[in-house]
Design a protein around this ligand. Structure first.
Ligand code: GDP
Ligand code: MN
Length: 383
């Protein structure tokens, strides 16, 4: 689960990482009261889980109460890349000499943790990686060995920060590593990590993703769960008991079995399409489940074509086909469907579907053919 900046800062503070004093509030008067308390100048920061809030006008420096009121009024309710601002974080503003980038995440292929540190912070790290990859100092950490202070110091030196920042950076990065491991995070990122004119190193932003599977070890993480930004499609699907994960593409996917559903996502991608979702309807594929799956996919405005990929096992082809036909009678589908039906009694199943064949219901013999067809119907190779 992803934390908002203010939650990330509270999380960091527990591990001793210096962050600015501030308050999360939901209305203008509370924002002004918070600003009065933390002391001017303050920064009013939109709490949305997207980057580039600054550029979007979601971060403003206020020198006095009038400005704090004006900016809080502007920012609360603002839309930033499709996210409505409901909470603002008001913190005492910092003086900045330099902006750095620091993070820990998992490098799956190396089977190790990966720390990244750059003297070029403040901007998106992807931009730094693209234009000047050498400006990012990387460190791999063996989870069994942990991060020694000596290794951390060598890493900081490799990043060539201002020498005045070395001690503070080593201290924060050791704490950030502890937060990452003991806090069961998948990602901890500070951008910018700043050096102040008086030589302090300090976290000005916080991006934290916690491992959902660790919640049993952290009773206090339930507060983060309550504020999670939910995918409306996922909520609807989970209410119907479907194994659904929302993605950003245009090809809706319905498959039976998690493995086949994943393969379907892969093959749609391989032939140049972009999946709108992962959806596993399980082994049964009866009319109720199929109709529920179709409704969820059909309510996704991005979906331009639908791939139903079924492999009959214990459930026979004709049962699946009957389920599809009955579901189609119940749900009005807006996007064309491509079906691939194989496995036990596939011929019998296809014979049942045959009379329903149309432009809106196409049948393809193989998974690859069906993938190509459904991607074509979605408008070709999409982004
Ligand atoms: P993001 O744009 O969503 O990543 O938001 P950040 O929290 O990283 O803030 C964006 C930028 O605003 C930073 O890189 C800083 O340049 C600036 N900023 C944020 N907080 C302060 C502050 O306390 N003082 C000053 N002077 N600038 C700040
Ligand atoms: Mn940032």
């Amino acid at each position: 689960m992803d934390l908002f900046e203010y939650q990330g800062k509270q999380f960091f503070a527990r591990y001793g990482i210096p962050v600015s004093d501030g308050e999360a509030v939901t209305d203008v008067e509370a924002a002004v009261a918070a600003a009065d308390r933390v002391g001017y100048p303050v920064v009013v920061k939109a709490q949305v889980q997207v980057g580039g809030r600054g550029k979007a006008g979601g971060i403003k420096l206020a020198a006095n109460a009038d400005e704090a009121r004006r900016y809080a009024t502007d920012i609360i309710g603002m839309d930033i890349k499709g996210h409505t601002v409901e909470v603002v974080w008001v913190e005492h503003a910092s003086d900045i000499s330099e902006e750095y980038y620091a993070s820990f995440t998992l490098d799956r292929s190396a089977k190790q943790y990966l720390g990244m540190l750059s003297a070029q912070g403040g901007v998106e790290i992807e931009d730094v990686a693209a234009t000047d990859p050498d400006a990012i100092a990387k460190i791999h950490v063996d989870p069994a060995e942990g991060l020694s202070e000596a290794a951390c110091r060598a890493w900081v030196e490799a990043a060539a920060l201002n020498p005045a920042a070395t001690e503070g950076a080593v201290d924060i990065l050791m704490k950030l590593y502890t937060a990452y491991t003991e806090g069961d995070a998948d990602l901890v990122e500070i951008n910018p990590l700043i050096l102040t004119p008086d030589g302090r190193v300090h976290a000005l932003d916080a991006k934290v993703t916690l491992d959902d599977n660790s919640v049993f070890r952290h009773a206090d993480y339930s507060v983060y769960d309550e504020t999670q930004v939910r995918d409306v499609r996922e909520e609807a699907a989970h209410e119907k008991g479907l194994q659904y994960i929302g993605l950003d593409g245009s090809v809706g996917i319905i498959a039976n079995g998690a493995g086949l559903a994943m393969s379907t996502v892969d093959i749609v991608t391989q032939v140049g399409g972009s999946p709108a979702n992962f959806l596993d309807i399980g082994g049964g594929a009866n009319a109720d489940v199929m109709a529920g799956a179709m409704e969820v996919i059909n309510n996704d405005p991005k979906v331009r074509s639908i791939f139903i990929n079924i492999f009959g096992g214990i459930t026979k082809g004709e049962e699946v086909a009957n389920g599809i036909v009955q579901a189609l009678a119940r749900v009005k589908i807006d996007a064309p469907i491509v079906i691939r039906l194989d496995g036990t009694n596939a011929d019998e199943g296809r014979a049942i579907l045959e009379p329903h064949r149309s432009d809106m219901l196409q049948i393809e013999p193989t998974m690859r053919d069906a993938a190509r067809r459904v991607v074509e119907l979605a408008g070709g190779v999409s982004s």
